[in-house]
Design a protein around this ligand. Sequence first.
Ligand SMILES: Cc1ncc(COP(=O)(O)O)c(C=O)c1O
Length: 600
Amino acid sequence: MPVIGICFMLLFKSAGWQCRQSIIAIALTERRCAAIGSSSVAVVHLFEPASGSTVTTNGHKEFKDPEVDQVQDEYGNFLFSDDGTPKIIKEDQDYYDELYNHDGTRKDDTWPWWLPDDATYLDHAGCTLYPTSLMHRFTQDMTSNLFGNPHSASPSSMLSSIRVEDVRDRVLRFFNADPEHFDLVFVANATAGIKMVMDGFRDLPTGYWYGYHRDAHNSLVGVREHANSARCFANDDEVEKWIAEEDEDTTSTSARLFAYPAQSNMNGRRSPLRWCSEIRRSKPCTYTLLDAAAFLTTGCLDLSNHEEAPDFICMSFYKIFGYPDLGGLIVRKASGDMLTRRKYFAGGTVEMVLTVGSTWHIKRDGVHETLEDGTLPFHNIVALGHALDVYTELYTSPRNVSAHASALAKSAYDRLSSLRYSNGAPVCEIHKDSLASYDDSTTQGPTVAFNVRRPDGSWLGKSVVEHAAIQHGIHMRSGGVCNPGGTATVLQLSPQEMHHNYDAGQRCGDTNDVMGGKPTGILRISLGAMSSMEDVDRFVKFMKEWCVKQDGAGEVPTVPVHLTPKTGFLKVKIMHVSGAEKSKGFRYMLKNITSRSLVA
Ligand SMILES: Cc1ncc(COP(=O)(O)O)c(C=O)c1O
């Protein structure tokens, strides 16, 4: 059978096998394109929606669709197995098996069926899983419509502009944010949103004071570098006291910015959202930046009361919906001019610019109009519209996601806390904040941060555990997780110790797991909307079987090899691997010798 015929056959296998399943169709087509060259052009139009009907001829299934008559005439000699399913060559059988159940029905259209069966994905705080149906819808939309660069009058451009504004409005409503009081600025990611706030404040004539909570992600911490002065609040008490304190200088017009994460990306601890309104009431000229990146993976943000809301809220949509890779900065319009007075302008943010003979310009009006530099990631914004639809259809509301993920996290926490070695020593030291409880989703998100001890109480290296997890198909995170204050606090690492570790060679992401008798980083599992109790079971089983039964597994010596004394070093890890594990271990070693390690 001609290759192209097989492709069509796959496309029209059944009424359920419609062209809306276009993502795999495109994958197939892409493969075919390479093989069949220009004849593949005929395939492309078949990805339009088609309402197929099924008839039976001579005991075999055949598929008729008025829109594809021509194709059937030309390539209609479909072959079928005895059970009525399409007979396909081995190469395509693998695709077929991946996509379809034995009875020929499409595997769940929502579940990320592309995940290998043995994969246990526990890094939702990194990026949550994207539903298959979201990818299908987006692909279908992209291959049915022409989206041009916004800002022109052409139909393709107008279509993009309309979609962008529609999605902007819908995102605001997703958070119950009235567009009269809030605006959404599309940015690359949460970090870009934070930087946009910083850019506004650094351009103020009087500069700014910056306060940030210990649990801040590095992307928030970096804002201190442009501040006139900055303070890191070491705990909640310090924040509460500062809020309650009377301002010494009530006449100062110098701006202040206080930033904190709604949820720590390190241990999932959730901070009080009320701080934003309290600061507005008690501190003149003080603005709040809420980093909602980790929180929104499963948390509910309700901005219906604009007077109590943070001034600026940054987020990464891929953490909420899995896709697209896009960020947002929600700005309370009453505070918008703190950002719109920034000096920089770009294509898309100005009404007129003079260059030759004069350096005058006039900016556009409005918050997002003044801040969205250059061409918007409009295709990603189109995808975000589908992400909102699919999310609402699947989960109805973030509240359901929150309840689901919290229940799983509580189970993981309870079970990991109770794991014991045969001598009664605990396996895990869990870094739960003392103010948080896994029974209360206002104080704790579905993340468990921990370190592993050996039976004698000494530390088992984080990368040793992570490596074993990888071999068991477990996707998790380890290290300082870009949260220097939170990690240093739970690991009781003083600034002096961290300087010392740095001087001794420790670098972000390396395998210097334990230095000076203390871990240098943590292990983290995080759950999301698509997590299941089976994921938790599998992880606990891994911990039981790997950590508990292999009591001595942690004796992994490390041999540092200095390439050049000052500029870099390469660390070679000697692993205890045996038999079949050996080749895997070797691959892992090679993978870990990154170009960064070698470039010195
Ligand atoms: C709390 C928090 N803030 C900021 C970020 C940075 O997000 P992005 O890398 O999408 O900019 C992250 C990422 O994990 C995060 O968890």
